[in-house]
Ligand binder design. Structure first.
Ligand code: BES
Ligand code: MN
Ligand code: ZN
Length: 500
């Protein structure tokens, strides 16, 4: 990825070069420190605002190049709307807007963290900084050629000027850890499938040991011994062996049951023998976005030393057509003992999750399990790229995730589970089949399938992130194909409810 800008906090001092970013409200009012640094240039701002019809609305911005009377090259004014209406997420967004306004030629930017009625709090300044980090991300490690007028300076730095440097620095520690988790997840999703195959994915997860996460890797032999016939059936057509990776962060009380996060890690999904059409198949490198989110979340929790016990479990496989690949018509036995008739080898994610979820419930007896998976095209048909589909057996978790999603702008929409849909996956020859038979309710029948592998009535949530985890909508804090969706959502859920 592109080198992240060097980020620092400092007092309100007038920059003598580069970009200056300041904030105003709908009356085009500035805070006192900002007004002081702008001096007579406030008149220029008023003229430019009129010319540009800039009125200080939340998230809108105005640029002045080489403003008269100031030494800087560019002044960017960002509107905050009505300061009383601002939510924490607005400040993250403003950080993204500020970073987005930094031209590729600029090597330094100074962001004045001040509202019209005075200094932003340490938390707000740190939110700005997190937004800068999220926006600055670009996955360009495979680009070897750059036009001269497109080359960024060797070193870039962003300074957040604030009224309370110590408070901002302190608040930034956790936010930096979380951003690190998001960027890690984005990297994993963006990596090409010849580089990021299951074993390499496991090695990347093992790097979490550096932040204090315990990592175990189960190979094919270990999974065979456990009886993970559903997961292993998916990977058997690939030259690359399957893996299950278990990550543990023990930051809570010794005997507290852990929270469990489970991810679908299909490093590439050709569809298998039920092969997908060629157009757009390259996108299926992102079919491990659920697993990437779990790795990113474990990084975030460990790096910010969350006071919680958490376990992340990911099933990492490659779905390929081959002489040894599984066939439609095959019947496999899952770790739970339940048998599955394979109708369509392209409905592979649920097979992976079936064994990983069963294993996680039995081994860890977690407080809850949340799985994330780019599971169905049908969820994209239903919800597009704005909301992830949420299926759950637990109303409290549903409510908490809904609120956390609104707060960090990673939103979830609850979808139904019911015996009517469950019947659709009964099979003539086995305990169940891996598709619903018709395309109707495809995201729901997939969720019903997974529910049959939730042992011991464990509270459980399934998040279908096919529309949000990859090929994602762009926003002020995300310009990446792989979004890292879910890291901030689940970190927020943990922080709000499960840390003592
Ligand atoms: N990985 C795909 C789902 C997907 C589609 C993710 C588009 C992201 C974007 C999944 O494995 C799949 O192929 N699902 C099938 C299920 C069907 C065969 C029942 C689908 O959605 O078509
Ligand atoms: Mn598939
Ligand atoms: Zn898939």
């Amino acid at each position: 990825m592109a080198d992240a800008p060097k980020l620092g906090f400092g007092p309100y001092t007038a920059p003598s070069q580069g970009v200056l970013v300041v904030f105003c409200d709908e009356g085009l009012e500035f805070g006192p420190a900002t007004a002081k640094v702008l001096g007579s240039a406030t008149g220029l701002v008023a003229r430019a605002a009129k010319a540009e019809r800039f009125t200080g609305k939340n998230g809108k911005s105005l640029d002045l190049i080489a403003p008269e009377g100031l030494k800087i090259d560019r002044l960017t004014v960002i509107g905050v709307g009505k300061p009383a209406d601002l939510k924490p997420q607005d400040f993250v967004k403003f950080g993204g807007v500020a970073m987005g306004k930094m031209p590729s030629s600029a090597s330094t930017a100074t962001v004045f963290a001040e509202l019209p009625d005075g200094a932003m709090t340490g938390d707000q300044a740190a939110d700005l900084a997190q937004g800068v980090l999220l926006r600055a991300y670009a996955f360009d490690r495979y680009k070897t050629k750059r036009k001269d007028d497109d080359k960024p300076p060797a070193k870039r730095s962003v300074t957040i000027a604030t009224g309370d440097v110590a408070a901002a620095r302190k608040a930034f520690v956790a936010r930096e850890a979380i951003a690190g988790g998001v960027l890690l997840a984005r990297d994993l999703v963006n990596e090409p499938p010849n580089i990021l195959y299951p074993d390499e994915f496991a090695r990347r997860a093992e790097k979490l040991k550096k932040v204090g996460v315990k990592v175990e890797v189960l190979d094919v032999k270990a999974m065979t011994k456990l009886g993970m016939g559903a997961l292993l059936g998916v990977g058997q057509g690939s030259r690359r062996d399957s893996r299950t990776v278990v990550m543990r962060w023990d930051g809570g009380k010794k005997n507290d049951a852990p929270l469990a996060f489970i991810g679908k890690g299909v490093c590439f999904d050709t569809g298998g023998i039920s092969i997908k059409p060629g157009a757009g198949m390259e996108d299926m490198k992102g079919d491990m976005a659920g697993a990437a989110c779990v790795v990113g979340l474990m990084h975030a929790l460990a790096a910010r030393k969350a006071k919680v016990n958490a376990v992340g479990v990911i099933g990492v496989v490659e779905n390929m057509p081959d002489g040894n690949a599984q066939r439609p018509g095959d019947i496999v036995t899952s770790m739970s003992g339940q048998t599955i008739e394979i109708i369509n080898t392209d409905a592979e994610g649920r097979l992976v999750l079936a064994d990983v979820l069963w294993y996680t419930a039995k081994r860890f007896k977690p407080k809850f399990m949340i799985d994330l998976a780019t599971l169905t095209g049908a969820i994209i048909v239903a919800l597009g790229q704005e909301y992830a589909g949420m299926f759950t057996n637990n109303d409290e978790l549903s409510h908490r995730l809904h609120l956390a999603g609104e707060a960090v702008d990673e939103k979830v929409w609850r979808m139904p589970l019911s015996p009517f849909y469950d019947k659709m996956i009964d099979s003539k020859f086995a305990d169940m089949k891996n598709t619903g038979g018709s395309r109707w309710g495809g995201a729901i029948t997939a969720a019903q399938f997974i529910q049959r592998f939730i042992a011991d009535k464990t509270p459980w949530v399934h998040l279908d992130i096919a529309g949000t985890g990859m090929d994602s909508r762009s926003s002020e804090i995300n310009k990446s194909w792989g979004s890292g969706w879910g890291v901030r959502l689940l970190d927020k859920l943990v922080a709000d409810h499960y840390e003592k």
